[in-house]
Design a protein around this ligand. Structure first.
Ligand code: HEM
Length: 491
């Protein structure tokens, strides 16, 4: 693993610049050069880039190790994406500056331009005033009063899934939770019941699309997207499959008319405050595909990791089940219970620290921007990694350990606020955060009240890094517990 290698020397000039300096005598700087810092100058350079490709291979094949190794070079580091320099920001204060304080000086950049191939001009990828307008229309649907209503449907959906399990059954938890997350988003936000064929189509096409977007975001040259390769062909097929599912969801909703108060109804009825114009069919499509993508694999991944970690830490699982028994007794969970389930919240917080749904995000400065004592060029690619941040040993003691008690109030107070941003921050922070938190809590509560999870035989799960790091195949055995009674140890 890169991170385990002995510390390597970081340079402040590229190899090519170094060679050029040996040949040419240094020129005395002009007065203008001394007065204005040169964008990119003086920033440590990540070693280990390959000719032509730069660090694209490491980003593609060992992404989690690579993003974690960047911080050894400093708070800001230059690396190469093919022929271009790119920058990585590794300090929580500087990440906050990009996302919150100076958010207006940055656009989302290369990764999101590539994302437009699938999410087009939806909330995740759009920019400027258009983004703000769309966010104003969409955000109210994720406020507390709505989440309160959604929670009841979320519980019913989770219960129906769990009711199909049998005592001692081996469940492919990663698949089960993907299906559950997809059903939740489509039923709650689009009032649509996907039949098996359409669920299967999303299940098959979404991983291909996310893999394709992840690959494109770190590709050394753009031409690779356009070559007639098997991967590009599969990407194109997955895109048309997804398109037909989304178009079907919108068409059915239009036929049903205005009898639902969900996100899709709000999109169809949404009006620009200034012009009074509604959304075009394309805009409605863009927001539906964005919500489906942003709201399915993220929550499914986080839930899968939570189940995996609980199955491997039986004492933590037992504490959680004791809390559920104590707080809920025999009644069904409601939205009002969520805040009272303190240990459940700690387990979710710790899962999202170790396994945030994004491993890398990007921004691009609109103008030359000062950051951490350096100057970044306008239009450059700036990467930051929530995954690396939340496993930084300088910010978390024993960062690799699953320790939900680090979120107990007295210990949580010692964690630096900006060191924990699983949902991002600022104006581009996650629109669905409260939805995701409620969904995760409800699903975990419904499952763990009825079943205890234990690992099935097989290798430990590993993150498979697409745009979102998903767990590899995750079979778990579910053991039925007598409802409302204390924990029974899994055999
Ligand atoms: C555990 C689950 C989730 C995690 C960890 C998560 C994480 C994130 C993060 C980190 C961002 C910011 C990206 C950036 O700064 O570039 C984001 C944005 C976004 N998320 Fe989530 N998300 C989750 C679930 C959801 C759900 C359930 C929905 C919708 C149903 C959703 C909708 C969105 C949207 C629309 C954006 C773009 C917001 C904007 O730019 O205005 N997310 N999410």
């Amino acid at each position: 693993m890169l991170a385990e290698h002995p510390p390597r020397r970081c340079h402040t000039t590229s190899d090519a610049e170094g060679a050029a300096m040996l040949k040419k005598p240094p020129r005395s700087p002009s007065p203008r050069q001394t007065a204005e810092p040169v964008p990119g100058a003086g920033i440590p350079r990540m070693p280990g880039g390959y000719p032509f490709l730069g660090h694209a291979l490491q980003l593609r094949f060992r992404p989690l190790e690579f993003v974690r190794s960047l911080r050894a070079c400093g708070d800001i580091v230059v690396f190469r994406l093919g022929p271009r320099d790119a920058y990585a920001v590794n300090h929580p204060d500087l990440i906050r500056q990009m996302l919150v304080t100076d958010a207006k000086s940055f656009m989302k950049g290369r990764m999101f331009e590539k994302g437009r191939l699938v999410a087009r001009n939806g909330l995740f990828t759009s920019e400027g005033d258009f983004h703000l307008r769309q966010r104003r229309i969409i955000q109210p649907l994720f406020r507390r009063a709505h989440i309160q209503q959604y929670a009841a449907t979320m519980r019913q959906i989770a219960q129906a899934h769990v009711d199909t399990w049998r005592d001692g059954q081996e469940v492919r938890m990663d698949r089960e939770l993907f299906d559950l997350a997809l059903t939740t988003v489509t039923r709650v936000l689009f009032s649509t019941r996907l039949d098996e064929g359409r669920s299967e189509a999303v299940c098959r096409s979404l991983p291909v699309l996310l893999e394709g977007l992840g690959r494109r975001a770190v590709a050394p040259i753009d031409l690779l997207d356009k070559l007639p390769t098997v991967m590009n062909y599969r990407f194109g097929k997955a895109l048309s499959l997804m398109q037909s599912v989304i178009e079907g969801i919108i068409a059915e909703h239009r036929v049903r008319g205005a009898d639902t108060a969900d996100l899709l109804a709000a999109l169809l009825a949404g009006r620009d405050e200034e012009t009074g114009e509604g959304m075009t069919d394309e805009q409605v499509y863009d927001e539906v595909v964005t919500t489906l993508i942003a709201g399915t694999e993220t929550t499914a991944g986080a839930l899968s990791w939570a189940c995996y970690l609980l199955s491997r830490h039986p004492h933590i699982q037992r504490r959680l089940q004791d809390e559920l028994d104590e707080q809920l007794g025999d009644r069904d969970i409601t939205f009002e219970d969520l805040g009272k389930l303190r240990f459940l919240q700690q387990v979710m917080a710790e899962t999202l620290r170790l396994h945030p749904s994004t491993w890398m995000l990007m921004r691009s400065p609109l103008t030359v921007v000062a950051l951490g004592g350096h100057v970044l060029p306008a239009g450059s690619t700036v990467l930051f990694s929530i995954y690396a941040l939340q496993r930084d040993p300088a910010l978390y003691p024993h960062p690799e350990e699953f320790d939900p008690d680090r979120w107990a109030p007295d210990r949580a107070a010692q964690i630096k606020r900006d060191a924990y941003i699983p949902f991002g921050a600022g104006v581009r922070g996650c629109a669905g955060e409260q939805f995701a938190r409620a969904e995760m809590a409800v699903i975990l509560a419904v499952m763990l009240r009825q079943y205890t999870l234990s690992p099935a035989s097989g290798p430990p799960a590993k993150p498979i890094v697409r745009l979102i790091p998903m767990p590899s195949a995750m079979p778990l055995i579910v053991h039925r517990r007598p409802r409302g009674h204390s924990f029974q140890e899994a055999p």
